[in-house]
Ligand binder design. Structure first.
Ligand code: NAP
Ligand code: MG
Length: 492
């Protein structure tokens, strides 16, 4: 019976691969040949006159030239943010700040299509994801925090809050617009001003957001968006007049930042790497769990800090789960991110593709058994077939280290205690997933798994009202929800 069912599903999926292309049109998005720095409400040329290229990882074509901010530009941006903070923003009643934040949210919605197209062209993620997830969730963050701006006294009852001042914010390339929203919205709601740097590979939607911020008439200097590579980020971190650092990125750079701000009175929130465990118990709804695991690791090409990159399956259902995963892998459409049928788009950069391919090699050398989908890949651009490994040992590097790509390491387990120990046995602790029919098991797991987020019978669900953040080397501090406000205020 079970075999019959899976055959039917497979047939349906096989025909999905043969769908006619349904490409989104590029014409709804305008990308300028060159972008400047957004400082004090205006677009300004970088003082070092240097620019770098942003490419489309799906085609390797150049999209635009982006300004590189040096120390002098960072200093200018921090000065503008300080002046805006002292003269305008910290004095403005919360209800007035809320109107601006709300306006930004509305304008993102109005230009949602353009944002989605640019996000996909610049970063390689499938248009379906940027359209249905990144852009609406970014708008929702602005809406949500607009609502808090005049209610901080309710967020922290019987306490007095004050803004921190100038927030320096540094974000990665996996969710460029969404990460900008996560950072900017709560900072503004709490009365802080901002200097933010997107990742050099994916600056375009942040610069489009700068256009919106300008059109929204946000007072000059409240948000400054400056582009550049790691050195620009370091200049923000080391600037003496920055009061808070909010960083999302690798654990490696997170540690550099921690060292740099030690001994200063800069506050920090760090959202770092992850190696999440998805756990399937034998009483779980297996088809639903398989779909959740696929979503958990292959969503956004596995470029997700909380991706379910490890899978633990209870022994009695191990074979069934692996067989169904392989069937489903075959049906995934890998290719042009602009095609609305695509499930897995382009890897964000050549460097990242090399890192992933190297881990795939390491997995094989470590003796794990590899299975890859047989999807054919486009000739140009950076692509990786969805890959799963079985016969994995807990000590294998593919089970311990963050790969940040579409690679899943699968192990079996027998008892609850065994899987809790294995799941917790990494340096990270950002997220986890539990698949079971029993509520009691879910509660047992959520209290024992050392992870900031534990999803039950679902995975990778986000909402502006829920806090997000990690344990151990996954960082500290929370973003989202009321908790996200606490990171941007002094509380007495
Ligand atoms: P990354 O190399 O750490 O870069 C993150 C940001 O920091 C980029 O804007 C980068 O600039 C900048 N940067 C690099 N060196 C710096 C320095 N010395 N000082 C200050 N800033 C510096 O990380 P990534 O490769 O872009 O992103 C992937 C990582 O982010 C993964 O480890 C993932 O787990 C993590 N992540 C975590 C979360 C979370 O919420 N926990 C969310 C998303 C991603 P350039 O890129 O321009 O060099
Ligand atoms: Mg790019």
């Amino acid at each position: 019976m079970a075999t019959k069912k899976s055959n039917t599903i497979k047939l349906k999926f096989d025909s999905a691969r043969n769908l006619a292309p349904a490409p989104e049109s590029k014409s709804a998005a305008k990308i300028d040949p060159q972008y400047e720095l957004f400082i004090n409400g205006k677009f300004e040329k970088p003082s070092g006159k240097k620019y770098f290229a942003s490419i489309n990882p799906a085609t390797e074509e150049k999209l635009s030239m982006i300004a590189e901010a040096n120390d002098a530009d960072v200093n200018k941006a921090v000065k503008a943010a300080r002046a805006a903070y002292e003269n305008v923003w910290k004095k403005m009643p919360g209800a007035e700040r809320a109107k601006y934040i709300y306006r930004i949210a509305r304008m993102i919605q109005e230009r949602a299509r353009e944002f989605a197209i640019i996000e996909t062209l610049d970063g390689g993620k499938p248009i379906r994801e940027s359209r249905d997830f990144d852009v609406p969730t970014a708008a929702n963050h602005f809406f949500y925090y607009a609502g808090w701006a005049d209610k901080l006294e309710y967020a922290f009852p019987n306490r007095h809050t004050s803004p921190l001042g100038v927030a320096g914010q540094i974000i990665p390339w996996n969710f460029p617009l969404l990460m900008a929203a996560w950072k900017i919205a709560p900072a503004l709601a709490c009365g802080n001003t901002v200097v933010i740097k997107p990742a050099e590979n994916t600056s375009l939607t942040a610069l489009k957001l700068a256009e919106i911020i300008q059109e929204a008439d946000l007072p000059a200097g409240v948000v400054n968006i400056i582009t550049g590579a790691g050195a620009t980020g370091a200049a923000i971190v080391n600037h003496p007049d920055v009061n808070k650092i909010a960083f999302t990125g690798s654990t490696e750079v997170g540690k550099i930042i921690q060292r740099a701000i030690a001994g200063t009175n800069k506050k920090a929130t760090l959202e770092l790497g992850g190696k999440a465990a998805n756990i399937i118990f034998d009483d779980a709804p297996i088809d639903q769990a398989v779909e959740g695991v696929i979503n958990g690791i292959f969503f956004n090409q596995g470029h997700v800090c909380c991706a379910g990159s490890r899978l633990y399956v209870q022994e009695s259902v191990f074979k069934e789960v692996v067989r169904k995963l392989k069937d489903r892998l075959e049906s995934l459409i890998v290719g042009d991110p602009m095609d609305k049928n695509t499930d897995i788009g382009a890897i964000n950069s050549k460097e990242q593709l090399n890192i992933i391919n190297n881990y795939i090699k390491i997995g094989q050398q470590e003796g794990a058994e590899m299975y890859q989908s047989s999807a054919s890949l486009p000739k140009r651009g950076f692509y990786c077939r969805p890959t799963i490994f079985t016969n994995v040992a807990q000590s294998n590097r593919i089970a311990q280290e963050e790969i940040f790509g579409p690679v899943l390491a699968i192990q079996s387990f027998r008892t609850d205690d065994e899987v809790i120990e294995k799941a917790n046995n990494t340096p990270y602790g950002l997220s986890a997933g539990v698949w079971t029919d029993k509520g009691s098991k879910i509660f047992n797991m959520t209290t024992k798994l050392r992870a900031g987020v534990v999803w039950a019978n679902t995975f990778n669900k986000f909402d502006p009202t829920s806090p997000f953040g990690g344990y151990k080397e996954s960082g500290y501090g929370r973003e989202g929800g009321v908790h996200g406000l606490a990171a941007y205020v002094n509380i007495v």
